[in-house]
Ligand binder design. Structure first.
Ligand SMILES: C[S@@+](CC[C@H](N)C(=O)[O-])C[C@H]1O[C@@H](n2cnc3c(N)ncnc32)[C@H](O)[C@@H]1O
Length: 445
């Protein structure tokens, strides 16, 4: 990094309370004092109360209750989802706070009982979700909470990139006596780090927070994916027109009353960064440098056939390995390797793939080099992949084996799977279609 960037020193590590930990929570209402002014809050509450009717309303990232408390005072029952216990504690301690239920969790996935007339996320908080997958999941999660015809309102800034010349990365958004704010934009990743320098007890403290920005059109597409349709877009809470120079937008999507597709799915494909330890084995995502150890499997016809692997050269593998994280996030595929925990030697691999998030169904696959077979490794691997799938919310794990592959059938049976029958004409990576035997495992089996 050059001297003109702050990126190398940001963002700070996140912990259980996310970026709004005790230190931030303790000062939140003071640091954001102007956002608590009636002139700012009243139009927001008027707008939301108008859409909520009798309610109830769900606030994502409810914080210390800046909007939820006055909205509840208007007679709209409000429930919140909040990552930070420290922020939620501030809300509970305020008059009226005890009337607002807060679910501690991530608003892109956390579920709250009930059907809501309105869900809303204000003050750029949607951008706290730093990946596209998490933002898409958030829209789906909102749709799952709304009653048909219910509204989702987002207040978010227009990306700072709008005001940058090509190649520029920094934009000062505030330069006051006691607070300086600088946005650092990464146009390639749609990433943003907001750096705040704030005077506390006579000295300036630095706080940096990561965001992912999205243009209004991308948010509309996320809404569409979740079964919602844009109804209103304004430049502010007083229904100011949204124009080419608007700094923010307030957008209202409505949950479709007749949905073409169900939108309840919120399962997201993931695998622990440090891998899973199975006594003497470790199952992990492959990383740059693994290409030599796995290339033989992709070059071997028998392994490719049994493991459903595509033809990939060592160089193609080396090119793909730095992008495994993005592949997993896309929900399409989590390729895995299984290695000897003490030597690190790669013995085989596996996959989590074809996630059907709406139905919470996931497929697994596995393969082993010949010298690693006969030791029960494949059985333990299949079982571990299924158990990991259940831990992320999957309700049915499927595994398909080529008809006649008795070894692989035995592996699945020993791992507790149930044979369901033959499924006809499934595609292989090379385009052929073959019949396969379907096995499945359900939670608790
Ligand atoms: C900028 S504050 C806004 C708080 C409040 N809505 C307001 O307008 O004052 C963002 C809040 O969202 C919470 N938050 C951020 N990401 C979250 C996530 N993924 N799930 C739940 N809460 C989250 C933070 O902990 C913080 O309390």
């Amino acid at each position: 990094m050059g001297d003109d960037t702050l990126e190398g020193r940001s963002p700070p590590p996140a912990h259980d309370d996310g970026h709004f930990d005790e230190r931030v929570a303790a000062r939140y209402d003071v640091s954001a004092a102007e956002m608590f002014e009636p002139a700012v809050v009243d139009p927001v509450v008027d707008f939301l109360a108008g859409l909520a009717g009798q309610g109830p309303a769900l606030e994502l990232g409810i914080g210390t209750g800046r909007i939820a408390l006055p909205l509840a005072e208007r007679g709209v029952p409000v429930h919140g989802i909040e990552l930070s216990r420290a922020m939620a504690a501030r809300l509970r301690a305020k008059p009226g706070g005890e009337a607002i239920d807060v679910t501690i969790g991530d608003f892109s996935t956390a579920r709250v009982p009930g059907a809501f007339a309105l869900a809303y996320v204000v003050f750029n908080t949607i951008e706290n979700l730093t990946t596209q997958a998490a933002q898409v999941s958030c829209f789906r999660n909102v749709a799952a909470h709304l009653e048909p015809g219910g509204y989702f309102v987002v207040e978010v800034e227009i990306p700072a990139a709008q005001w940058l010349a090509p190649g520029e990365t920094m934009r000062v958004f505030e330069a006051g006596e006691t607070h300086w704010g600088i946005d650092e934009v990464d146009v390639v990743r749609q990433g943003l780090v907001s750096h705040h320098f704030e005077q506390v007890d006579g000295r300036f403290e630095r706080m940096s927070m990561p965001f992912r920005y999205a243009w209004p059109a991308e948010l509309d597409l996320m809404a569409q994916l979740a079964g919602m349709t844009l109804r209103e877009r304004w430049g502010g809470w007083r229904r100011e027109p949204f124009t080419s120079v608007s700094r923010q937008h307030v957008s209202v999507w409505q949950k479709n009353t007749i949905r073409a597709l169900p939108s309840e799915g919120t399962v997201r494909l993931s695998f622990p960064d440090g891998g899973l330890r199975l006594d003497d084995l470790v199952v992990r995502l492959p990383r740059p440098g693994d290409e030599d150890a796995v290339a033989a499997a992709f070059a071997d016809e028998e392994l490719r056939e049994a493991g459903n692997l595509p033809v990939l050269s060592r160089d193609e593998l080396a090119e793909a390995l730095p992008h495994i994280g993005a592949l997993v996030e896309s929900g399409r595929l989590a390729p895995l390797v299984v290695a000897d925990a003490s030597t690190g030697e790669i013995l085989g691999g596996g996959t989590l793939h074809h996630l059907d998030a709406e139905r919470s169904v996931l497929e697994i696959g596995y393969w082993l080099y010949p010298h690693a077979r006969g030791r029960g490794i494949a059985t333990r691997l299949a079982r571990a992949l299924a158990e990991h799938a259940f831990s992320i919310g999957v309700q049915r794990v499927a595994a398909y084996v080529n008809v006649g592959n008795l070894g692989s059938e035995r592996v699945l049976e020993r791992a507790g799977f149930t044979r369901e029958g033959v499924v006809r004409s499934l595609p292989k990576p090379d385009g052929r279609r073959v019949d396969k035997t379907l096995f499945s495992l359900l939670p608790g089996e």
